[in-house]
Design a protein around this ligand. Sequence first.
Ligand SMILES: Cc1cc2nc3c(=O)[nH]c(=O)nc-3n(C[C@H](O)[C@H](O)[C@H](O)COP(=O)(O)O)c2cc1C
Length: 325
Amino acid sequence: MKWKTRVTELLQIQYPIIQGGLAYLAYADLAAAVSNAGGLGQITAMSLDNPEVLKKEIRRLKTLTDKPFGVNFAIGQHGRPYEDMLQAAVDEKVPVISMTGGNPAQILDYLKGTDVKKLVLTAAVRQAVKAEELGADAVMVVGQEGGGHLGRNDTGTFVLVPQTADAVSIPVIASGGIADGRGLMAALSLGAEGIEMGTRFIAVKECVHAHAAYKEALLKSTENDTAVIKRSIGAPARALSGSFTDKILQLEKESAGYDGLKDYISGEANKKYIYEGKAEEGFGWGGQAAGMIKDIPSAKELIERIAAEADAVRERWGTWKEVTK
Ligand SMILES: Cc1cc2nc3c(=O)[nH]c(=O)nc-3n(C[C@H](O)[C@H](O)[C@H](O)COP(=O)(O)O)c2cc1C
């Protein structure tokens, strides 16, 4: 079956499946594997030190795939200016730029008049409407089930997607809690025209930067094995739970504030776990979809499986209602 939605058309991809920005994990290897498999792979710009390093990584990616790919920008993350990084991506003629974590107005403005396809990741209907007004080509909406940074209102994917689809005319991409073909078909039923997955793409062979302990923890997780940290400082984000996140939650209960938390929630603490597997010294982002991860396939195996599962759902739909004339 050939997939055709406004998302596959816009991004020129075979399947309406996007690999989300994954801080410190989404480099050329993973992005190329996803794009080569017919989805949209992405490099996460803000995990790279400077524009030159970003350019190098984009060039490396271009040697690994001739398919469309994206570069993800977390606006203002790490307090680092992103303008130079953005220019580097534009110079390298990247096909797609996705952005999140702040007001996208400046980036969207900057990209006006270029051929770059602009995706904005939001967690609220109002923000999606704003993104459309500002010139986004598509909006991704992430529900509170998702891994990594979330909206502040705990809105779930199932209510966010249809309300966003009603409110905007550009295509909607559903994100948060999706890990298989059932999730893809559910998202399409809700009015989305594609999906973005973050947590599921950590547990693939080509996510080579993720430590084996992190992948193992994803395999063992149930739907209850995540925790939302950083809520007390207005930046809720979902991580795999464990003694380190327990400690963070305890500090938050004690009103530690940003200063008391900063060493525990830093990029360094994140890397301690995801690169070195040191569960006592760091944390790894992960969403509730972790409970659905049972293996570590290649990106191609995963994407083809999701497409086959989606086909199976479509066939089952046909059996649920008797058609009479
Ligand atoms: C390990 C990890 C790191 C993430 N880093 C980023 C990031 O740097 N930029 C971004 O836009 N989103 C980031 N996200 C969010 C994902 O792109 C995606 O929106 C989210 O994971 C979707 O929910 P899911 O985990 O249920 O698939 C991250 C998610 C995870 C799990």
